[in-house]
Design a protein around this ligand. Structure first.
Ligand code: ZN
Length: 256
């Protein structure tokens, strides 16, 4: 018997309430924008929780002080999110590329899970080989541990939220920016929305860089869809957070 027969792979497209946890305001738009637009169009409520303030990634040296850059990124993110159909946004405002703690982030993410009660979560894959950006490594890991531990009553966050929280099960976790996808979503009809959303992050891209991202993404989308009956896809590693994020050796090739 295969493990997958015991534990079927969760269905990302069936989710009703999706919490996307990202280190930077454009991570989900870049890695999963087509899927998010598709889900939102089909009635999924999509929430974005952003860990850092993204104030380090500006291309212009005269971009203004930290406060101004922070506010600008939030505005850009909301323009992008409106295009994709994001319902609401939450920000943790940790320093971009700064010295923040994975444990502190994990607890704050637990607070938002308890508050929002998503049935599916999405974040970036912290086990991506050769990923050097610590915001991505720590952020993906903080989100993963949060999905695993949010029902544990001795992990405290906000007093009121904790007091009113009833434990429940999250159906699945989807990792984007992964080299080990087991799910490819058809996003052919959502490419335009995705790239309008990415372009809304104006402070992050020169025209040249944006064009490069587009070419890379287009090539990658076609490669991912090679074995599918559609042309362009976004890849995710989809797991069951309760059973597969802890002491589960089969997770590496699960559901492929
Ligand atoms: Zn990022």
């Amino acid at each position: 018997m295969k493990i997958q027969e015991l534990l079927p792979k969760p269905d990302l497209l069936a989710c009703k309430k999706l919490l996307c946890v990202q280190p930077h305001p454009d991570d989900m738009d870049i890695s999963a924008g087509g899927t998010i637009a598709r889900l939102a169009e089909n009635g999924t409520e999509v929430f974005y929780l952003t860990i850092t303030d993204d104030t380090a990634g500006f291309m212009e040296i005269d971009a203004g002080n930290t406060h101004r850059r922070k506010e600008q990124r939030k505005k850009e993110q909301q323009v992008a999110g409106k295009i994709l159909g994001v319902k609401d946004y939450f920000w943790m405002d940790y320093p971009d590329a700064g010295d923040w703690s994975m444990y502190q982030a994990r607890n704050e993410i637990i607070k938002y899970i308890r508050k929002i009660r998503p049935d599916f979560v999405m974040t970036i894959d912290p086990w991506l080989p050769y990923e050097a950006h610590q915001d991505h490594v720590k952020g993906g890991m903080a989100a993963s541990e949060a999905f695993l531990l949010f029902n544990f009553p001795f992990i405290k966050t906000d007093e009121t939220i904790d007091k009113n929280f009833e434990p429940y099960e999250i159906g699945g976790v989807a990792y984007s920016f992964t080299s080990n996808s087991n799910t490819v979503i058809d996003v052919e009809n959502y490419r335009e929305k995705k790239f309008s959303a990415i372009a809304a992050h104006k402070s992050q891209f020169t025209d040249e860089l944006l064009e490069m991202v587009k070419i890379y993404d287009e090539t990658r989308s076609r490669n991912l869809a090679e074995k599918c009956d559609f042309e362009m896809g976004e890849g995710f590693k989809v797991l069951n957070p309760t059973y597969m994020l802890h002491a589960f050796p089969e997770a590496i090739d699960y559901g492929v």
